[in-house]
Design a protein around this ligand. Structure first.
Ligand code: BG6
Length: 488
């Protein structure tokens, strides 16, 4: 038996991808509410209006414009899978699978509609209280992400989002409100989802990789690190039992060739994309290589002595991360043709790729777990992992998804080996345990769930929930604490 007795088996989601009810009970708009649907080959766009009434869509809201819902556009996150009205039914299904934990996030604009208010929206607080109580009814421990890709739109329109130091104060006030309100209902908290993607995104996609873009990314990250560190301290003061973690987008990268230049590039990519955020949040200070990273792009940061003190005092208790895939990097002139969450690298000839072209690499998970535990010596949790695939409902309403079972099985085996090798892995929440709106493409047809939701990419469907074959398989895995992985 390698999985510890109290191992936290479960599933993961994010508010904007499941909740819906985007304009109900006093909720304000978030950036995801003005984000359209995309597809495998066309990216999602944000829609906006200028004060003179002109409107448009693009990769971001241009200066002087405001995020706006435009007629004729489809916004899949407005309804999500309507967890807002189905949470009891969904939690009951999670309980049937034997979940020990459920990862969810809180919609910031449901609690503070604009983000800068003093007083929270009571209806928003009440909603999450009911959800947490429902989870506890079945003995399921909530694992809560405070900010999962959905800053209130007002903070973006009126404060320029995380480019503004004032966001630290708004975030900390929001986090403290949650900590006080739910101090007896929630023990596990994550401050920011995939905090490292702000900078990872610049180097790994053909996005804007100018010095100006790096300046903005590193500055935003700095304000988020300080906000996270202040929240960690506030949380511990409110309940000393809180376990508060960072959440990193974990993508393993390998050098494509043994050329020392590729080896060095790979190391520097790890530092910029993965270690930079983990080091600040786990060690409480910027690493020595930060200087090189900043110099490369002529970055000058607004950092105060007080910020540095806060970072030191607000280190996290847990290291959590998402893991879906790996990538390969090279300095040689080859086609950059791999896809993935935030990655366009080089295809690895030793790996298979999914329908959405993401590399399937369970060994990479073992590699990552061992590397990270060795670096930080903190309890680790895999809080996202899974396979996005198309599913077909049979005439008798069954759904056969052996591809998903196989993917998750191989990753559980990798975790098993990492634990045997000494890693203090305390939990695993498979991503999109119930089908949800894809963050990257806005599609419903990219399904991760053990539970199927009847809704398509155009927003049609009954929203009916159906267990897939993987539902019964995962139930068996949890009941045997990870020992029975057999596929019938
Ligand atoms: C992670 C995000 O990057 O990947 C999730 O934290 C997201 O929000 C997940 O849904 C899977 O990506 P996608 O694009 O398939 O939804």
């Amino acid at each position: 038996m390698t999985f510890p007795k109290n191992f936290l088996w479960g599933g993961a989601t994010a508010a904007n991808q499941i909740e819906g009810g985007y304009d109900l009970d006093g909720r304000g708009m978030s950036i995801m509410d003005v984000t359209t649907a995309g597809s495998l080959n066309s990216s999602r766009k944000v829609t906006y209006k200028f004060p003179d009434g002109k409107s448009g869509k693009g990769d971001q809201i241009p200066q002087g414009a405001y995020g706006a819902v435009l007629p004729g556009e489809y916004y899949p996150n407005h309804v999500g899978i309507d967890f807002y009205h189905h949470y009891k039914e969904d939690i009951k299904l999670f309980a049937q699978m034997g979940f020990k934990t459920f990862r969810m996030s809180i919609s910031w604009s449901r609690i503070f509609p604009h983000g800068d208010e003093e007083e929270p929206n009571q209806a928003g607080l009440d909603f999450y209280r009911k959800v947490f109580q429902e989870l506890h009814k079945y003995g399921i421990e909530p694992l809560v992400t405070i900010s999962h890709y959905e800053t209130p739109l007002y903070l973006i329109d009126h404060y320029n989002g995380w480019n503004n130091r004032k966001l630290i104060g708004f975030y900390v006030h929001y986090a403290k409100t949650l900590f006080k309100e739910y101090k007896d209902l929630v023990k596990y908290w994550l401050t920011f989802n995939e905090i490292n993607t702000t900078v990872m995104f610049l180097s790994s996609t053909p996005a804007d990789d100018s010095d100006q873009a790096y300046q903005a990314a590193y500055q935003q990250l700095h304000y988020q690190y300080v906000a996270s560190a202040e929240a960690v301290q506030a949380g511990h003061a409110i309940n000393a039992d809180f376990q508060i973690g960072c959440m990193i987008c974990g993508i393993v990268s390998y050098p494509l060739t043994p050329d020392p230049k590729d080896i060095l590039k790979n190391r520097y990519d790890w530092e910029q994309n993965i270690f930079y955020s983990g080091d600040v949040q786990c060690f409480g200070e910027y690493p020595s290589y930060a200087k090189r990273l900043w110099q490369e792009h002529h970055v000058q940061l607004d950092i105060t002595q007080d910020d540095l003190d806060q970072l030191k005092k607000g280190t996290v208790d847990l290291y959590t991360f998402s893991y879906y895939m790996s990538s390969a990097v090279t300095t040689h002139d080859v086609k950059r043709d791999a896809k993935g969450n935030f990655v366009i690298g080089v295809k690895n000839p030793y790996l298979h790729y999914s329908e959405w072209d993401w590399a399937d690499d369970p060994d990479g998970l073992k590699y990552y777990l061992e590397l990270i535990y060795d670096r930080y010596h903190l309890p680790v949790m895999v809080v996202e992992n899974g396979l996005g695939a198309t599913d077909k409902v049979q005439a008798d309403n069954s759904i056969h998804d052996p591809y998903r079972i196989n993917y998750i099985k191989e990753h559980i085996q990798a975790m098993d080996q990492a634990i045997a090798d000494g890693v203090d892995l305390i939990g695993y929440t498979s991503w999109g345990c119930i089908d949800l709106v894809s963050a990257g493409t806005g599609q419903m047809s990219k399904r991760y769930g053990f539970i199927y939701v009847d809704r398509d990419d155009q927003g049609q469907g009954t929203l009916k929930r159906l267990p897939k074959d993987s539902f019964y398989w995962y139930k068996k895995v949890i009941a045997s604490n990870g020992q029975d992985l057999a596929v019938k």
